[in-house]
Design a protein around this ligand. Structure first.
Ligand SMILES: [Zn+2]
Length: 95
């Protein structure tokens, strides 16, 4: 193996490690910008109707879950309004 071939193999390995670390960091760090359900209901107390959570912007109770991240034993979701697309709150479930 000549010197240049070794260098290119080493840089490919470094690139793979860098991408892997970046993937792991994005998967394992929970985002702090979305409210939790408690914070959401404190901010929008009228958004709990008949035991259901609804959208502060349009009032729809149709909410879907977008997976934000996961780690060993947990998954974090962002709850978003299906009607208008507003970001409502985040939740973490243990699996
Ligand atoms: Zn909405």
């Amino acid at each position: 193996m000549d010197k240049y071939e070794f260098l290119s193999n080493a840089s490919i390995a470094l690139l793979i490690v860098a991408l892997l670390l970046r993937f792991l960091r994005s998967s394992f760090s929970p985002p702090a910008d979305a409210d939790t359900l408690d914070e959401y209901l404190q901010r929008h107390p009228d958004c709990r109707r008949h035991g259901r959570i609804c959208c502060y912007r349009c009032g729809s109770a149709s909410i879907y879950l977008y997976r934000l991240g996961y780690g060993p034993g947990w998954i974090q979701h962002l709850h978003m309004c299906r009607q208008c697309g507003a970001k409502l709150y985040r939740s973490t479930i243990e699996v």
